[in-house]
Design a protein around this ligand. Structure first.
Ligand code: PLP
Length: 447
């Protein structure tokens, strides 16, 4: 290594090497800093509310691995349970006890009667729509613009998350026939849903929605919207799939359904889960009515399988996380999210930046240059997202790691304490000033 090389931050050097061997230097597009510019930080370790990068910089983490780290990083009880399990072997390719315990915990917390474990949220939604098609004998799927359900062919049209971050309306590689079997509607728009069912009612296999949208920024369902969806699906013989990959076990012990369906007295036919239920390992699930789930192989004809599904290490991490996620944890998450949201709002107001902090349970995000509630993807896209890059980098410099996109939710953990909140509070005034000064034409420098 030359003298000059040694002055290059290790994140930058690793990113250059990563780009030589993988597309864009990342293994998932949202990790790249494309929307905000600069070099992604390569993390080396994590603990509680903090991440530490390979250059030794420490950050308060407001991404929480995009949701899973509900209890904070490297929670001692999760790590101990994982270590104990790992020492007995990492994968058997047979049923094992932790997967039964995790399935029982999911059934106890949610409206699902039976559950199938998989390894990613994408697998969960992909399998749920296959099951819905197999069960109903119909092909059409309804989804909402701005909702992201993983990188499933049929579900990528007008999706949120990385697609909106990168400005992609869809993706090449999805066969026309597959895209044609997906009807995309505006979120929170009852009239559009009614019109779609009036036109295609007897062809619709399922309607899938995020239980509360978190992938176009945080956009909650309008009061009664999910109940309306459950009802109209039922009247038309279509299945209602509530995607709780992001909200499940995060916004309440029973996910978003705990905030609406459990109170209002309705249930989705199928639900999908991921993130928190894996405790930081690849575990996800789909589940629902027993009569539907029994259409899955080996009982029924709809095929679905996975070499590592129900992996003992992943299910142990998830089970330990869920067992620790009690009412106190959820109260703490709600409180912390509200505190950070109002701290950010105060700082932005002080600098005269028009904005809206919007929440869906304890998921929240900031909409820039917006003065009324955002209820749809079209509205979310109109925000002044150019302000976010400047805000993001000022926060990063001051030791706060935010999602590298204005269209992603912020995730808190139960480990965010006064120390973490003080660092955020100290970072906000300069970041708000940077957001105020940002110009629309200040495009991020893509590395
Ligand atoms: N569904 C929702 C609501 C999500 O937010 C995500 C990922 O962010 C997925 C599905 C896909 O999950 P995964 O990234 O584990 O495939």
């Amino acid at each position: 290594m030359t003298k000059d090389d040694s002055a290059v931050p290790r994140s930058q050097a690793l990113f250059a090497r990563a780009k030589a061997v993988s597309p864009g230097g990342v293994n998932s597009p949202v990790r790249a800093f494309r929307a905000v510019g600069g070099t992604p930080r390569f993390m080396a370790s994590s603990s509680g509310a903090f991440l530490t990068d390979v250059d030794g910089n420490r950050y308060v983490d407001l991404v929480s691995s995009w949701g899973p780290m509900l209890l904070g990083h490297a929670h001692p009880e999760v790590i101990a349970a994982v270590n104990q399990t790992v020492s007995r072997g990492t994968s058997f390719g047979t049923p094992s006890e932790p997967e039964v315990l995790l399935a029982e915990e999911i059934v106890a917390r949610t409206p699902v009667e039976e559950v199938r474990l998989v390894s990613s949220g994408t697998e969960a939604t992909m399998s749920a729509i296959r099951l819905a098609r197999g069960f109903t004998g119909r092909d059409l799927i309804i989804k909402f613009a701005g909702c992201y359900h993983g990188h499933v062919d049929a579900l990528l049209a007008e999706a949120g998350s990385g697609l909106v971050t990168l400005g992609l309306p869809g993706t090449p590689g999805v066969p026309k026939d597959v895209a044609a079997a997906t009807v995309v509607l505006p979120y929170n728009d009852r009239a559009a849903v009614e019109a779609a069912f009036a036109e295609y009612g007897d062809q619709v296999a399922c309607l899938i929605t995020e239980a509360a949208a978190g992938n176009m920024g945080a956009v909650p369902p309008l009061p009664g919207f999910n109940a309306f969806l459950a009802d109209i699906c039922s009247k038309n013989g279509a299945l209602f799939i509530s995607d709780e990959v992001m909200t499940g076990f995060r916004v309440s012990r029973s996910g978003h359904w705990g905030l609406d369906g459990a109170v209002e007295g309705w249930k989705p036919d199928l639900l999908t889960f991921g993130k928190v239920m894996g405790g930081g390992f690849p575990a996800a699930a789909f589940g629902g009515r027993a009569d539907i789930m029994e259409h899955l192989a080996p009982v029924g004809p709809v095929y679905q399988a996975g070499t590592l599904s129900g992996n003992p290490v992943a299910t142990t991490a998830g089970l330990t996380t869920l067992r620790l996620a009690n009412d106190e944890v959820y109260a703490r998450l709600d409180h912390t999210a509200a505190q950070i949201g109002s701290m950010a709002s105060e700082a932005l107001t002080a600098e005269g930046v028009e904005h809206l902090v919007q929440g869906a349970g304890n998921l929240f995000s900031i909409f820039w240059g917006v003065d009324e509630a955002v209820t749809s993807f079209a509205q979310a896209q109109k925000q002044e997202s150019h302000r976010y890059g400047a805000f993001f980098h000022a926060m990063l410099e001051a030791g706060v790691y935010l999602p590298p996109s204005a269209f992603e939710a912020w995730f808190v953990s139960a480990a965010h304490d006064d120390q973490a909140l003080n660092i955020i509070a100290a970072a906000l005034p300069a970041a708000a000033r940077a957001a105020a000064e940002a110009q629309p034409d200040s495009a991020p420098t893509i590395q």
